[in-house]
Design a protein around this ligand. Structure first.
Ligand code: ADP
Length: 531
């Protein structure tokens, strides 16, 4: 059957774009979670018509297709399909920026368009718009992240909220256009999200109902003034007050970006690697060593970042509001503008003496972290997956999957109060410790009312025993989160069957939709759906 399919696909796409030998398919099993998948083949279409041809073949021969955009879904399975024996539909060649509308601040893009590509396009054409980059790095697709309902940190950080107008190839080969895109001459397809009639775009996110081939994406106008705001609490017990302040900042509109609260352990993963020799090869990191490493780098118990955009007056008002809300609650607040950064860079030696900090090392993280807030994708967050690896992360071109880093992401959502966060930490942190892993929490304000708590389980994928322990830790933490009601906003491929297998009206309805839209179950088998 597969040979017949490959023959038909080669005729439709050309030999070059149908990969079937194991060497070519290796990259689809690179890195991240411990589980590999058997992959039948990969095809690299270039047009919607070619995708329609692929779908036709899959229906005739009953073969599963697994569309990916750039396949960097790191920590959740990377490029791997949920089930074995799928043909990966790798959309990296469909990488056209179809339109950028400067006045209305949106772009229309294909799946293979990467964060770096759109950023470069805007820069080269002098277009004063920002993309909202994720920490996953320059070579990740914008569309792929939106389809997973991922997020960044600027005010356009909810990527599904910023999407407007979609083109989708359905399992029967029909091409569906949303918003007003299905009306000839429609003018507002990329400016009015809801269209008319039932709103269906959500059906094509976190689902197995279609292959998304084009989206509109709203972009943020470059502000007159920008400052990054870093605030730190040295004591862990300050977290409750910080949470109250952060929620007030958002609900009252003092800050319009998301706010990230990084636990000490998470901050350490950005700046260094696991201190194997100091720990005599033991895991997890002891409190004493963690404290020492943190003190050397002036990392607090909680390290927070927000971004301020607007006119000079707006930014200045926001700074006042932040200072007032954080008064007496933090050990330090720093506002860093372009000017301050340049000053720091020029007089690093002087500032190191005055502040007692290693300013050059600090700048290495501050500069790229500020750039992300200004729409410049980079690799600063990609140090984290290398934490427990025994090899040093490359200075550039970091690819945790290719480097076989062990990283399993968990992303439970927590209502934004100190009581809920305390409750969450009370069972999650001991579970990490028991399994020998460091609990590296980041709390990101994904709405004004909830945190997404992204916690990676960082392990050494080159060590099979560590992989087994990492999987056991993941299963235990996920189970506890589900039982206690802190449900992740997104799941890795290893947990889809359990997620969608539940016999409840929600997943039963998803099943009915699947049966109606994809009766032969050829699209993304098992992805947020039953097998
Ligand atoms: P990124 O490289 O941006 O992280 P991926 O390409 O890995 O994103 O996409 C994340 C997940 O979203 C994939 O595993 C796949 O299941 C789904 N996906 C990606 N692109 C599409 C698409 N164009 N149509 C349908 N599903 C997609």
């Amino acid at each position: 059957m597969i040979n017949e399919a490959l023959q038909a696909l080669k005729e439709a796409l050309g030999e070059k774009y149908v990969l079937a030998n194991s060497e070519d398919l290796k990259r689809y099993n690179w890195g991240d979670i411990p589980q590999d998948r058997g992959i039948a083949a990969a095809v690299l279409p270039h047009t919607v018509e070619e995708i329609q041809g692929i779908v036709r073949v899959a229906n005739e021969l009953q073969i599963g297709l697994y569309p990916i955009s750039t396949g960097n879904n790191w920590g959740y399975g990377a490029a791997r399909p949920v089930t074995d024996n799928n043909i990966i539909v790798d959309l990296q060649r469909m990488n056209q920026i179809i339109e950028v509308n400067t006045e209305l601040a949106y772009a229309v893009i294909e799946p293979g368009v990467t964060q770096l590509q759109l950023f470069n396009y805007l820069k080269e054409h002098n277009i004063p718009l920002f993309i909202d980059p994720t920490g996953a790095g320059p070579n990740c697709s914008l569309l792929g992240n939106m389809v997973e309902r991922g997020y960044g940190i600027t005010p356009y950080g909810d990527h599904f909220l910023s999407q407007c107008g979609m083109e989708v190839v359905l399992a029967d080969g029909e091409v569906l256009r949303t918003s007003f895109g299905h009306y000839d001459n429609a003018k507002a397809t990329y400016t009015f999200k809801w269209g008319v009639g039932p709103y269906v775009d959500g059906l094509f996110t976190q689902s197995s109902f279609g292959i998304v081939t084009k989206i509109g994406l709203w972009l943020m106008p470059k502000p007159e003034h920008f400052e990054a705001c870093y605030f730190t609490a040295n004591e862990d017990r300050a977290l409750g007050d910080l949470i109250d302040a952060v929620r007030t900042m958002l609900l009252h509109g003092v800050v319009k970006s998301s706010i990230n609260l990084l636990h000490r352990n998470r901050a350490l993963t950005l700046l260094t690697q696991y201190p194997w020799s100091e720990m005599n090869g033991k895991v997890p990191l002891s409190a004493e060593v963690a404290d020492r490493l943190a003190k050397q780098r002036k990392i607090g118990a909680w390290n927070c970042v927000a971004a301020l955009y607007g006119t000079r007056e707006q930014v200045s008002a926001a700074k006042k509001g932040i200072k007032k809300l954080l008064s007496g609650k933090v050990s330090r607040i720093n506002f860093i503008s372009e000017f301050t950064l340049r000053l720091l860079e020029r007089y690093k030696g002087f500032f190191s003496i005055v502040t007692g900090m290693n300013v050059p090392e600090l700048i290495k993280v501050i500069r790229p972290s500020m750039r992300i807030l200004q729409g410049v994708p980079n690799e600063v967050a990609l140090a984290t997956p290398y934490w427990r690896m025994k090899k040093v992360p490359p200075e550039k071109d970091r690819n945790p999957a290719k480097d076989n880093c062990g990283c399993i992401w968990l992303s439970p959502v927590i209502p934004m109060t100190k009581e809920y966060v305390q409750d969450f930490r009370s069972f999650v942190e001991p579970l990490f410790r028991q399994h020998g892993f460091d609990c590296c929490i980041t709390l990101t304000t994904v709405t004004h009312r909830s945190f997404d708590c992204t916690i990676p389980i960082l392990y050494d994928r080159d060590d099979s025993e560590d992989s087994v322990r990492a999987d056991a830790c993941y299963q235990a933490v996920l189970r506890a989160c589900m039982e206690k009601g802190y449900i992740p906003y997104r799941f890795g491929i290893q947990s889809m069957a359990e997620l969608a297998g539940r016999n409840d009206p929600f997943w039963n309805t998803v099943e009915k939709l699947k049966a109606a839209l994809d009766p032969n179950r050829i699209l993304s088998p098992g992805r947020y759906s039953r097998l």
